[in-house]
Design a protein around this ligand. Sequence first.
Ligand code: FAD
Ligand code: FES
Length: 283
Amino acid sequence: MALTAETPRIVADPMVPRVGRIRKRVRELSDVWTLTVEMDEPFAFAPGQFNMLTAFGVGEAAISISGDPARPGEGLIHTIRDVGPVSHALSHLEPGDYIGVRGPYGAGWPVEVAEHCDVVILAGGLGLAPLRPLIYEVLSGRKKYGKVALLFGARTPTDLLFRPELEQWRRRLDVDIHVTVDTSTEDWYGNVGVVTTLVPRAAFDPQHTIAYVCGPEIMMRFGAAALRDKGVPDEAMYLSMERNMKCGIGLCGHCQIGTVFVCRDGPVFRNDKLRPLMSVKEL
Ligand SMILES: Cc1cc2nc3c(=O)[nH]c(=O)nc-3n(C[C@H](O)[C@H](O)[C@H](O)COP(=O)(O)OP(=O)(O)OC[C@H]3O[C@@H](n4cnc5c(N)ncnc54)[C@H](O)[C@@H]3O)c2cc1C
Ligand code: FES
């Protein structure tokens, strides 16, 4: 039968999750786990995008994708901190368990704007997870960029996310990596101080740099200020915002700041566009 305008069509409901299965669960920190999810179909995403993940019977939460966009065969990778009911249920799913996935959603890190520029990646705590797909992309296309600096800070040495991978990246001679902790322990011989203290140590040309910043909101605010002090314009900084989300697709207004929906227009924003929004009282 030929299709006509009158032919009934089945339209996929964007609020209905696809069902995936946990392939692997790895403990990263005392309260952080990385899940690898097996999907029936290939799942393409851009660095910085997120999914709405459902723990069936509990609820849904926005979680960034932390895997390598160039390696879809690895499965869909998310790194989750256990902070409340949904993240607790998600992070305690075991291999073989089912999980709901809606996405990928949002505007991610614009990687292409950094070509021929120096790149500064500034991460605080769990903020390294949404930045990891960007790091993979920059490192795999390393020749396209000038100097690349990764500046990462955590509260204590035991809070350093992806530590084995950090050590691997550190062995490369083409990336300038600085790591710091707010509070040191006996066996820590590295930098001590907040992550923004690393900005003056990194080698980059501020007028020809693109900076990507992710972490707790206060860290991003001070991080952007430190980059600005060094001469990086707001137009060259990209920050990822976390806001309470429900639909993830610009319908419910939960994530709204002023006229902007963080889920649809972000979560990554250029700082000259973000700064005026941050002065709007949150709804
Ligand atoms: C675009 C986007 C991407 C995100 N990516 C990730 C991710 O990759 N990994 C991840 O673990 N979370 C991520 N989050 C945060 C996650 O969606 C929330 O933490 C979510 O509220 C968890 O739901 P819950 O029911 O477990 O906790 P809730 O009941 O919503 O929160 C429990 C308590 O924890 C506090 N809380 C909520 N979020 C955080 C937080 N991030 N850090 C510290 N305290 C918090 C709340 O204020 C509340 O007091 C992301 C959020 C957004 C908007
Ligand atoms: S989460 Fe519903 S509009 Fe953004």
